[in-house]
Write a protein that binds this ligand. Structure first.
Ligand code: GFB
Length: 322
């Protein structure tokens, strides 16, 4: 990639896409292409092919999709499988039709079997049954990997896949019905503090183990892989370090609302018991994360507070205008 390369970020407004946009801007890339949902329905091959024909991107970050936490995944299976299958198919196919130089597709660590050997190496893919709470999303994400490999094999395309662990950071979704655990915990402890509540409800038993990567680290890894990785196999992106949901909740509690009690709601699902990635292949390629979890949670909470303040200010202005 050169500073003038035409780079398309599919999904630029999301958690990952917005982090890639910040990173590209910081690096001085001047020709970054985006399209809003209203301008381009990524599930529609005719629209996507037309957009590629008109805009001719040379590099594509395919980070668009319908995403969400354990509850959204288990209650909206049709959206999760259909939207993601279609988006992966249309964008990969158009990238081939219009001769994209390189495409980076982003999957998810939920592609691996529920009982995968930990830490999970790339070779664990398709070695056992998936976790039921996210199998629809996982099937679509696995199809995305296979699409890249098929176009690579049949047409010699430089399409690569990266599998990130659980992500968090600015622009995350803090809506409790659809969010992942980390933004949900920030929202819950914050709201409990505002309401003066004594305890906060945590879903499940608190024993599942998860690994968390700050999205700015992920964006950095994506640029690194776009520039230095060109293999048939997908590659894991994470820290290689995990902690229990209870430990995570305690961290967020200590930062946001010290003294609050944790109440575990065991009627809610735990999901996969453990999901920590083996990141030796990524490390061997010369990349390491730099944002420690405590620091990342603190900066994400500062971002969240700023959003809350901005939206309160907007509501105030609206009230005056009315
Ligand atoms: O982040 P999360 O929704 O997704 O949940 P997964 C992680 C763990 O946190 C689960 C627990 O054991 C949840 O039960 N948890 C505790 C909570 N309190 C909460 C809460 O208030 N909200 C949420 N959301 N969780 C996702 C997949 O799995 O991982 C996606 O569903 C995707 O497909 C993503 O792959 C990376 O880690 O279980």
């Amino acid at each position: 990639m050169t500073p003038a390369s035409r780079i398309y970020v599919a999904g630029h407004a999301g958690l990952v896409g917005s982090a890639i946009m910040r990173r590209l801007e910081r690096e001085g890339f001047t020709n970054v292409l985006t399209a809003t949902r209203r301008q381009l329905d990524l599930r529609d091959q005719a629209e996507v092919s037309h957009w590629f024909k008109s805009n001719r991107p040379e590099y594509v970050f395919l980070v668009a999709g319908t995403v969400g936490g354990i509850m959204a995944n288990s209650t909206r299976p049709a959206e999760f499988i259909y939207d993601n299958l279609m988006i992966h198919g249309t964008v990969v196919h158009a990238a081939h039709q219009y001769d994209v130089t390189k495409l980076l597709y982003l999957g998810s660590s939920c592609i691996y079997p529920r009982q995968a050997t930990q830490p999970i190496t790339e070779d664990e893919l398709l070695t056992g049954p998936l976790e039921p709470t996210n199998e629809w999303y996982a099937i679509a994400k696995i199809a995305g990997i296979k699409l890249c490999q098929a176009y690579r094999q049949q047409y010699g395309r430089d399409f690569i896949s990266a599998m990130p662990t659980n992500l968090y950071g600015p622009n995350d979704n803090f809506d409790l019905t659809s969010s992942h655990v980390l933004p949900a915990l920030i929202r819950k402890f914050h709201d409990a503090r505002e309401a003066g509540a004594n305890s906060v409800e945590i879903w499940g038993t608190g024993s599942p183990m998860r690994e968390f990567l700050h999205v700015d680290d992920l964006a950095d890894a994506c640029l690194h892989l776009m520039q230095h990785y060109s293999e048939h196999s997908h590659i894991n992106v994470g820290t290689g370090v995990d902690l229990s949901i209870r430990e995570l909740a305690e961290k967020v509690r200590d930062l946001v609302y010290p003294g609050a009690d944790l109440h575990f709601d065991t009627t809610k699902p735990d999901g996969t018991p453990r999901k920590v990635l083996d990141v030796s292949r990524l490390r061997a390629s010369g990349w390491e994360p730099t944002i420690a979890l405590d620091e990342g949670i603190a900066s994400t909470y500062r971002w969240f507070l700023q959003q809350e303040a901005d939206s309160a200010e907007r509501r105030g202005i609206d009230t005056i205008a009315v």
